[in-house]
Design a protein around this ligand. Structure first.
Ligand SMILES: NC(=O)c1ccc[n+]([C@@H]2O[C@H](COP(=O)([O-])OP(=O)(O)OC[C@H]3O[C@@H](n4cnc5c(N)ncnc54)[C@H](OP(=O)(O)O)[C@@H]3O)[C@@H](O)[C@H]2O)c1
Length: 341
């Protein structure tokens, strides 16, 4: 099935532009909608660019008019109102609605077996001051909002698919999380791994594979009402993640374990590994459903990891990664660490 009309709400950012390109390459007619704060780059054919702030009902109505879409990917819905307002505006003029969600919806992620889609209790609303927020900036509001957004989707009458991704990595990750590791590995100094205790294994998702998963999901004939985890197959610990990144760069992996209590003593309050540490640390996902039902197979580690790590090294951000101004403190602390590689 190709040549469908596809609208990507929030289609010019890190994931959205990869989605736009993946749908274009599948032969679809793609429109992206954004506020226009950044241009759409990296898409292999021209796509229509609609401009509106999704929170501005009048502007959104003007941008979308009475148009119908075979597929709508809602890539930037962060709460119930976001989903409800878009679906109300489209008023069933959408064949298949897909929501970009997050594995943050799993309130209890410190389990010893891979988390399945049905494990999410979407009614959970976590207090703002509870420990272990999934999102470093938005805290528990992020997971609460994604759960609420999913609830609205599930209650709607449209055909829908929800895709839940863990930390998404790629060469052009604007959060700088990949760059955090690349910059430290390239300077040759060790990476400090605080001992945060048990429960530190995780998966990530490669941006191109997530985009491909959306295309695969959008290919399903209606009626569709399904939720899928999407992630790379590989399972990492902090140590194996550092080693894998180093391998992709062709440099030695150097890391040192330190007690968490030593961070504050050495001027490193708030230090964390932005992918393998707090708050994202533990995340082990069952991706059997997307594999079986959509025939989606994640790319091989060599492909996605090299593209991510080497791509980041080849196009480094213009600013240093988070906490790099304290890199000398990291190195000093590493010198008294207990075990190292
Ligand atoms: N990154 C991760 O690790 C991760 C993991 C799991 C799930 N996710 C999900 O992935 C999605 C983010 O995708 P992304 O990487 O493409 O995001 P992004 O790089 O932040 O891009 C956001 C996109 O949305 C547009 N946008 C933002 N606010 C808007 C508004 N009010 N109205 C209309 N357009 C708006 C932006 O363009 P303008 O600024 O020009 O409007 C841009 O096109 C989110 O749903 C997030 O929860 C991310």
């Amino acid at each position: 099935m190709s040549g469908r009309s596809v609208l990507i709400v929030g289609g010019t950012g890190f994931l959205g532009r990869r989605m736009a390109d993946a749908f274009v390459q599948a032969g679809d007619h793609v429109s992206v909608l954004s506020r226009g704060q950044r241009a759409l780059e990296g898409v292999s054919a021209p796509v229509e660019h609609l401009f509106a702030d999704r929170h501005d009902a009048v502007g959104l109505r003007e941008a979308l008019g009475e148009r119908t879409f075979d597929v709508v990917v809602d890539n930037v819905a962060f709460d119930a109102a976001d989903v409800a307002s878009l679906l109300a505006l489209l008023d069933m003029r959408v064949g298949h609605y897909l929501l970009t969600s997050s594995t943050a919806v799993y309130a209890d992620r410190f389990t010893r077996r891979p988390i399945r889609e049905a494990d999410a209790d979407l009614s959970v609303r976590t207090d703002a001051d509870a420990p272990n927020p999934f999102h470093p900036r938005l805290g528990h509001a992020y997971a609460n909002g994604k759960r609420a957004a999913e609830q609205v989707v599930r209650q709607s009458r449209v055909a829908w698919t929800i895709l839940r991704a863990p930390v998404i990595v790629g060469a052009h990750d604007r959060t700088g999380r990949v760059w955090w590791f690349v910059q430290r590995l390239l300077d040759g100094g060790p990476i400090v791994i605080p001992d945060w205790g048990a429960g530190r294994i995780f998966q990530v998702a490669w941006v191109d594979d997530v985009a491909r998963a959306f295309v695969a999901a959008a290919r399903q004939p209606p009626p569709i009402r399904r939720t899928y985890n999407v992630a790379q197959a590989e399972i990492f610990s902090s140590e194996t993640w550092v080693a894998a990144c180093a391998r992709a760069l062709g440099v030695a992996a150097r890391y040192v374990h330190v007690p968490e209590s030593s961070l504050g003593e050495r001027g490193l309050d708030g230090y964390t590994l932005p992918i393998a540490g707090r708050p994202f640390g533990h995340m082990l996902l069952d991706i059997g459903a997307i594999r079986c039902e959509l025939g989606f197979e994640p790319s091989a580690e060599k492909v996605w990891l090299n593209a991510t790590i080497q791509g980041c090294a080849a196009n480094p951000p213009t600013v240093s990664s988070g906490g790099y101004d304290r890199r000398a403190d990291e190195t000093r602390l590493a010198a008294v660490g207990s075990t190292s590689c």
